[in-house]
Design a binder for this molecule. Structure first.
Ligand code: CP
Length: 291
């Protein structure tokens, strides 16, 4: 997306905060195709779709013919033949949606694909930061944690740098992939240094389920070097704390920080509904009038 498309989504989300939700998706069917667990994204999209009066199907991949070997594309085409126009997809395969997009006239919305992208999470992170700081341009944002396995990090780097923020990724060497600078982020392996002058820190969990071997020596060691503690945060009193969830308290973030005055974590969750309403509503406009 271009920076102006991102701004359009953020502005639409802001307008939903002030006004009653329109019935933009009335009579439109939406289905979820989730093959990885989710608490926030799945529910947030469902609340967003219902707010816009969509017909949300109770389709479950876990009891579908995907388990009998049917492909994701065939599943989409069959549901599309029944009138489903929107698919919100979470999948373990990076880049799974792009080849499918040209083969269906339904709208496919990425709700997280492998370690690749999680666009609506980045949009809601950026929306929350814009609310807190007034603008994104010129902000210094630190993303700390398991950068190597994080789709949230990648989508945030794309979105934040397009809007003029400076992004530093921080983590142990084994969890920061080589070449990440090419996306426009600088790299640090020292959280105390990285946090100097930071306007926001986005804390990511260790994705142990995606690590084929132990990439950190121990969880207490990791917390000591990269955990967001009250002592670290005290040095940057204006720094907003973000976390996409799920949190592992005492591993990447202390409870005192997560529940403290600098935390915007539950505001992110609330804003996620507005951002997803904006995404669904704009897609419906594009489907009707062209992009
Ligand atoms: N942030 C996020 O994607 O959370 P869930 O995995 O719970 O959807």
């Amino acid at each position: 997306m271009s920076s102006s498309e991102i701004e359009t989504i953020l502005d639409a989300a802001a307008s939903f905060k002030k006004s009653k939700a329109p019935k933009d998706l009335a009579g439109r069917f939406l289905a979820f195709l989730f093959s990885e667990p989710s608490t926030r994204t799945r529910t947030s999209f469902e609340v967003a779709a219902r707010n816009l009066s969509a017909e949300v199907l109770g389709f479950s991949t876990a009891s579908s013919s995907l388990l009998k070997g049917e492909s994701l594309l065939d599943t989409i085409k069959n549901l599309e033949a029944m009138g489903v126009e929107y698919f919100v997809v979470r999948n373990e395969v990076s880049g799974v949606l792009e080849p499918l997009a040209g083969q269906t006239s339904a709208s496919l919305i990425n709700a997280g694909d492998g370690a690749h992208e999680h666009p609506t999470q980045a949009l809601l992170d950026i929306f929350t930061l814009r609310e807190k700081k007034g603008a994104i341009k010129g902000l210094k944002v630190v993303i700390v944690g398991d950068i190597a396995h994080s789709r949230v990090a990648r989508s945030n780097i794309h979105g934040l740098t397009k809007l003029g923020a400076k992004v530093t990724v921080c983590g142990p060497r084994a969890l920061v992939p080589s070449g990440i600078e090419k996306l426009g982020a600088s790299v640090s392996h020292d959280l105390d240094n990285a946090l100097q002058g930071a306007d926001a820190v986005n804390v990511l969990r260790l994705q142990l389920e995606r690590q084929e071997q132990n990439l950190v020596t121990s969880l207490p060691d990791y917390y000591q070097s990269f955990g967001l503690t009250p002592e670290r945060l005290a040095k940057v009193p204006d720094c907003v704390v973000l976390h996409p969830g799920p949190m592992n308290r005492g591993v990447e973030i202390s409870s005192e920080v997560a529940d403290g005055p600098q935390s915007a974590i539950l505001e992110q969750v609330a804003n996620g509904v507005l951002v997803r309403m904006a995404v669904l509503s704009l897609i419906q406009q594009w489907r009707t009038h062209g992009r």
